[in-house]
Design a protein around this ligand. Structure first.
Ligand SMILES: Nc1nc2c(c(=O)[nH]1)N[C@H]1C(S)=C(S)[C@@H](COP(=O)(O)O)O[C@H]1N2
Ligand SMILES: [Mo]
Length: 357
């Protein structure tokens, strides 16, 4: 890995902050600690003048104000969101994008109205194949002007658990997270959850927007169409144990029992197990998994009592497996966009004698 990151990558990292890994302790990520990813600028929107239009290939196109949306039957969902670029710095450090380590993940309680119910009211025509969700944030990708937009197939949009959210953790959604209304697609990587949602359009052919057809695809060569990225692969992360160095964040713990804890999640099914290795992956032990949140879309907590026997240098790892049988690799499969790197986390730790012993 080339450690020479550019000024532009540093600038992106400062705008798009991750979860401080010690905040994995909280089931619901506290205000301000949820990771953010904003491709362009946060648009200036106001709930009083906001309007959602629902149209395209539907029998009953309509517009909805914020007050009308809030009056509709509501649903609440506790959802772990993760950026598809999480782990990118471990596979493509030279890509012109956010150089996440492991921290582009967080959990929030979203309140809103069910997307499927809203689309049923519009009555999507049978000629429609996809539903396009558009936002007003605009910017350039290479030389081409874009706005952020994504699509779901009609079946994914109508049959899934997606919601049009207007509240995050019991308060209006903060500007950077999509105020006043955003889409939340539980179980999917974050790019599907379009923030600052303004329009929903049913279309007759697969959507070809930049963030659908070019970005968020797994490819090995630029000319390949690539596989679209959808659901979140399993991952476990630990709260880094002990205390860090200020510069470099290397961990030190005292000899004796050390309770490791963390979170694990998957968008493809409930977590079946979490394993921990303290010898760089040679041997693995089962951690205790606790379903603290009553939601199929939220992470669970895990704990493991580690008892290093001697002072010295260790490499801790953790990895999750879901009930659908998906697990985490030791080493990521590289791809051009640096997406979906769910290789098992590694944390280097120095174990020292207890002070005074
Ligand atoms: N309109 C809009 N929606 C967006 C984005 C964006 O830049 N613009 N970023 C997407 C990506 S890539 C992710 S990972 C999530 C991040 O949501 P958060 O910032 O609330 O954590 O929002 C998604 N929705
Ligand atoms: Mo993302």
């Amino acid at each position: 890995m080339d450690p020479a990151f550019s000024f532009d990558q540093l600038q992106l990292s400062k705008r798009n902050h991750g979860l401080l890994l010690e905040a994995l302790r909280y089931p619901i990520t506290p205000p301000g600690m949820h990771y953010t990813l904003v491709h362009y600028d946060v648009p200036a929107l106001d709930a009083a003048s906001w309007q959602l239009s629902v149209g395209g290939l539907v029998e009953e196109p309509f517009e909805l104000s914020y007050d009308e949306l809030v009056e509709l039957p509501s649903v609440e969902a506790t959802v772990t969101l993760e950026c598809a670029g999480n782990g990118r710095s471990g596979i493509t450090p030279d890509m012109h994008s956010v150089q996440w380590h492991d921290e582009a993940v967080a959990t929030a309680v979203w309140k809103g109205t069910h997307l499927g119910a809203l689309l049923e009211r519009a009555r999507v025509k049978s000629s429609a194949v996809e539903i396009v969700f558009s936002a007003p944030d605009r910017g350039f990708e290479d030389e081409t002007e874009q706005s952020f937009a994504r699509s779901l197939t009609v079946q994914q949009a109508l049959g899934g658990d997606a919601i049009l959210a207007y509240a995050m953790n019991g308060a209006p959604i903060p500007p950077q997270h999509g105020y006043p209304v955003r889409l939340i697609v539980p179980g999917w990587y974050g790019m599907a959850s379009v923030k600052w949602l303004m329009s929903i359009v049913a279309v007759a052919s697969p959507f070809r927007g930049h963030h659908q057809a070019i970005a968020y695809r797994l490819r090995q060569k630029p000319e390949e169409p690539g596989e679209p990225i959808t659901r979140i692969l399993p991952r476990a992360l630990m709260v880094p144990p002990g205390i860090p160095t200020f510069f470099g964040r290397h961990r030190t713990i005292d000899l004796g029992g050390c309770l490791l804890e963390g979170r694990a999640w998957s968008g493809m099914g409930p977590i079946a197990s979490v394993e921990v290795s303290a010898d760089g992956g040679a041997t693995w032990d089962e951690a205790r998994v606790e379903r603290e949140l009553d939601s199929p879309w939220a992470w669970c907590r895990w704990t493991y009592l580690w008892r290093p026997e001697t002072v010295g240098e260790y490499e801790l790892r953790c990895r999750a497996r879901d009930e659908a049988g998906n697990s985490q690799p030791d080493v990521a499969t590289p791809n051009l966009g640096g997406y979906c790197n769910n290789a098992a986390q590694r944390v280097a730790v120095t174990v020292r004698a207890r002070p005074g012993e």
